[in-house]
Write a protein of this length. Structure first.
Length: 407
């Protein structure tokens, strides 16, 4: 009996050893190559949303080891990954690691991997302007260039015949019976984890005196878990409008006599990419909006969904004498900013349908809605201001030159 056990033990180890040898490279435990394919929808391709130069990163997280495998590739994948372990179980994440200037990463395990917005270096200057501007939240930069594509491995999204390679919907398993000559196909279908919201503020006093604009939105999540697609419950204030958009125009612009502009689809697209089509700017909406518009857009992971967390939209303006003004809108003053953002995310038919029903924008606000002091929310004067602009702006050497609104 003892002799039988001695003979069988090496055989059993050979048959079962690969499952727990996640880092083995020998022929017995080496897995067939895994081919990564990254798939984009026709809509993503047509909109130019595919990250062309930056490419994507795939992380393989083995169950029985904390040492993950990194694979970098172009936006479509089509690469073979060698050196994985036969019979090991992996969970995979695919994401745009290189493409966004203001997003970084931490928590390099499958469950804890998260993308987060980089903190603003000029938070003290921003907070010192006024107690009204200060939200009590940390300030972070808006993500730029406004997209962050990611996906996790899902067995349900794989081609037929891949069921043998999945333990559950999130786990890739390469069985012992596979031949080294086989190639295991893994498909990813990335989606954008960021949301862009557009806004219109009408009846802005003194619009003709404005030189440049920027803003912030409070109550936003600054962290996103890749595997669970969950947002952080800690609110942050996102600063936006510091960078030009992809077309070279400022993300927040002011239009004196906005109703009289000969709006065309080309002009609208130059400011707000993927906003509601021009035909959805209904004549009755244009007639009720009044003169002097501020039009803008901001990009975030999404709002913190918690009671007591308000979404305060702040617009900051510098006049032609470099004086500083600001206006604020939020649910605490009856402006329904939070409600409009929530409706944009949950509307039947999606964000495009909400914009169509809301006059073409996610958020529409009236500057003449009384403030607590019974004054317009934003009043831009030709001289003087509530605050003088010094050298403590958001940037070390701020460029307040506003681009022309149209080509």
């Amino acid at each position: 009996m003892r002799r039988c056990i001695n003979i069988m033990l090496p055989v059993l180890l050979a048959l079962t050893g690969c499952r727990h040898r996640d880092l083995s490279q020998d022929d017995m435990c080496a897995a067939p190559p895994v081919e990564i394919r990254i798939n984009w929808s026709m809509e993503q391709e047509a909109a130019g949303d595919v990250p062309e130069l930056t490419g994507m990163r795939v992380l393989f997280f083995p169950r029985h080891s904390d040492r993950y495998t990194v694979a970098d590739m172009d936006a479509h994948g089509n690469v073979l990954i060698e050196g994985l372990v036969l019979s090991a179980e992996y969970k995979l994440l695919c994401f745009d690691y290189f493409g966004n200037e203001n997003i970084d990463f931490r928590g390099f395990t499958y469950e804890n991997m998260e993308a987060y917005l980089i903190a603003s270096r000029s938070q003290p200057a921003y907070s010192s302007r006024s107690s009204a501007v200060r939200t009590g939240e940390p300030t972070v930069w808006e993500p730029f260039p406004y997209t962050f594509y990611c996906a996790r491995y899902s067995a349900a999204m794989q081609t037929s015949g891949m069921s043998d390679y999945s333990v559950d919907d999130e786990t890739l398993y390469i069985p012992r019976v596979a031949e080294r000559s086989d190639t295991v196909m893994v498909d990813f279908y990335p989606s954008n984890a960021l949301h862009e919201f557009t806004f219109l503020i009408y009846n802005v006093d003194g619009a003709e005196h404005a030189s440049s604009l920027q803003g912030s939105i409070s109550g936003m999540s600054d962290k996103y878990r890749l595997a669970s697609e969950a947002l952080s419950s800690t609110p942050s204030t996102v600063l936006f409008g510091q960078d030009d958009g992809p077309n070279g125009y400022r993300r927040v612009q002011i239009f004196p006599d906005g109703k009289t502009v000969n709006w065309t689809q080309q002009k609208l697209d130059a400011i707000l990419k993927r906003n509601a089509p021009h035909v959805d700017w209904l004549p009755n909406d244009l007639s009720k909006w009044g003169e002097d518009w501020i039009i803008g857009t901001f990009c975030v992971f999404g709002p913190v969904d918690a009671a007591g967390i308000d979404n305060i939209l702040t617009v900051e303006v510098f006049n032609k004498r470099n004086n500083y003004f600001f206006g604020q809108w939020g649910d605490q003053w009856g402006d329904q900013v939070k409600q409009q953002i929530a409706s944009s995310l949950t509307a039947t038919g999606g964000q495009a349908m909400w914009r169509q029903s809301n006059g073409g924008f996610d958020i529409v606000l009236n500057n003449l809605t009384p403030s607590p002091e019974n004054k317009p929310r934003l009043e831009i004067k030709p001289d003087g201001a509530a605050f003088e602009v010094g050298v403590d702006g958001w940037d070390d050497e701020p460029d307040w030159e506003i681009s022309p609104p149209f080509p």
